[in-house]
Design a protein around this ligand. Structure first.
Ligand code: GUN
Ligand code: FE
Length: 454
């Protein structure tokens, strides 16, 4: 398998442009133009299908996936802390506010060291790509140089990325050794990073985008939050932050600002069409309305939430209300770089929210929540098209005009965990087995913008 620019691929696979609908692709012909955009899709039975297939094959411009290989849109990971990768799978024994001070700030402070940054970021980006993640929304650190190294790494490795220099200047919540020196330093550092990414000589295609990134309200002074809102408006950048993640984080903002995270972020001008709020577990009905009006998105991080959130995000309700929602690994609050594992965790958490979990209670009273379950279709949608829509980027589905960001899942991989049975598995059930069983060993190829990146 090679680059697909100016070529066509003949593949079977799945995508989910709309929630609740899996479009099963059966030997479709996807033509990719010279820029990596999908030019056309032809299905069996379309009048030109045969001719196009034969013409492209004769010209040596047709790539055909082997039997047992399925094409899926690449994953959009809507929440990653790039610098936390070295502690992936560690440090999950304490609550969020202790975890930050005890493990995470000391680790992030090490990115002062360029060689460390280069090594960690290269390993992370390659691991995410190998797991099928073609777009990632990254928090970096407070450091200008290390954050630039992350942007360079994504450009070099070919991953689509949105990257923010983290702003955190509140001396009451951030340690002396890891903090922006002042609100002005947080703002000028944010501006410098935006300029660096936008003017990068290797970024003419804008595959890497800058993001205004207040860490969360506790980490930031009001002056920084206000200034970052102004920068977001002025530059038209994406915005990312954490919102009402845990009892402590939610309660902190209620007591400091006398309102919820959502209400406070809104008055600082930080909520817009291109804002992504990680977690958002404790949204009020009014918060949900605000996010819908602003068209801001939630990054649901189901694995991380099990360790730090003290609650389950009601994903189904959010989808039914028409909110923009994507899925995030929250590396390293979530100890997995795999979006497949996060799909499974989102499904499991939703089932537990619906049934309740305390076996001492009667079934009738075990949960007071009501219907909450999602299925593999919702999880797949949210991990691909949902994340893409949250970012307002033309990826996450196979449709003309969208970028060709995709992965191939080899369901026959010996070292993978998927086993299909000819007389049992067809159509959607194959996708279901992929969502529940796929591991890195099943991912046989990854493209971003029609370029082979793994
Ligand atoms: N809130 C503020 N910073 C962080 C972080 O790094 N991870 C998570 N999960 N929550 C946060
Ligand atoms: Fe996070």
């Amino acid at each position: 398998m090679t680059h697909l620019r100016n070529k066509a691929i003949c593949a079977s696979g799945f995508h989910s442009p709309e929630r609740g609908v899996i479009d099963v692709l059966d030997d479709v012909l996807i033509s990719v133009d010279e820029n990596g955009t999908i030019a056309s899709i032809h299905r069996h039975g379309d009048p030109n299908y045969r001719t196009i297939r034969e013409t492209r094959a004769a010209a040596g411009e047709l790539v055909t996936l082997p039997e047992g290989s399925y094409l899926l849109p690449g994953f959009v990971d809507l929440h990653v802390h790039a610098p936390q990768f070295p502690q992936l799978g560690n440090a999950l024994d304490v609550p969020l506010e202790v975890w930050l001070q005890k493990y995470t700030f000391p680790l992030e402070a090490r990115y002062e060291d360029h060689a460390f940054a280069r090594r960690a970021y290269r390993l992370l980006v390659d691991d995410l790509i190998a797991n099928g993640t073609t777009t990632a929304l990254y928090f970096a650190t407070i450091h200008q140089d290390a954050t630039r190294i992350l942007a360079d790494t994504c450009l070099e490795r070919g991953q689509r990325a949105l990257i923010g220099k983290v702003a955190m200047d509140n001396p009451l919540e951030c340690p002396d050794y890891y903090r922006d020196a002042s609100p002005e330093a947080a703002l000028s550092g944010t501006r410098d990073l935006i300029d660096y990414i936008r003017k990068h000589p290797d970024n003419a295609e804008k595959r890497v985008l800058p993001v205004v990134t207040p860490r969360f309200i506790p980490s930031c002074t009001d002056a920084a939050l206000e200034g970052l809102g102004a920068i977001a408006r002025e530059c038209g950048c994406h915005v990312q932050t954490h919102c009402s993640e845990s009892d402590w984080a939610h309660g902190y903002v209620l007591s400091r600002h006398g309102m919820t995270d959502t209400a406070s972020l809104d008055r600082f001008g930080l909520l817009g069409r291109h804002s992504v709020l990680a977690h958002s577990n404790f949204l009020t009905d009014k918060d949900v309305e605000t996010l819908k009006i602003r068209q801001s998105a939630v990054a649901h991080c189901p694995i991380s939430n099990a360790y730090f959130a003290n609650a389950v995000f009601p994903l189904r309700a959010a989808l039914e209300k028409g909110m923009n929602v994507g899925l995030g690994t929250d590396i390293s609050g979530g100890p997995s770089a795999s979006m497949f594992e996060n799909c499974r965790a989102a499904i499991m958490a939703s089932r537990m929210l619906e049934s309740g979990v305390d076996p001492r209670l009667d079934a009738a009273t075990r949960s007071t929540f009501g219907p909450a379950r999602i299925d593999f279709r919702d999880a797949f949608h949210v991990a691909t098209a949902g994340g893409a829509k949250s970012l307002d980027l033309p990826v996450g589905q196979f449709s003309p005009g969208y970028r060709f960001d995709a992965m191939v899942v080899d369901v026959c991989a010996d070292k993978g965990a998927i086993r299909l049975w000819d007389d049992l598995d067809s159509g959607e059930t194959i996708l279901q087995k992929i969502i529940f069983g796929a591991s890195r060993a099943n991912i046989a190829g990854v493209w971003v913008d029609g370029r082979k990146v793994a």
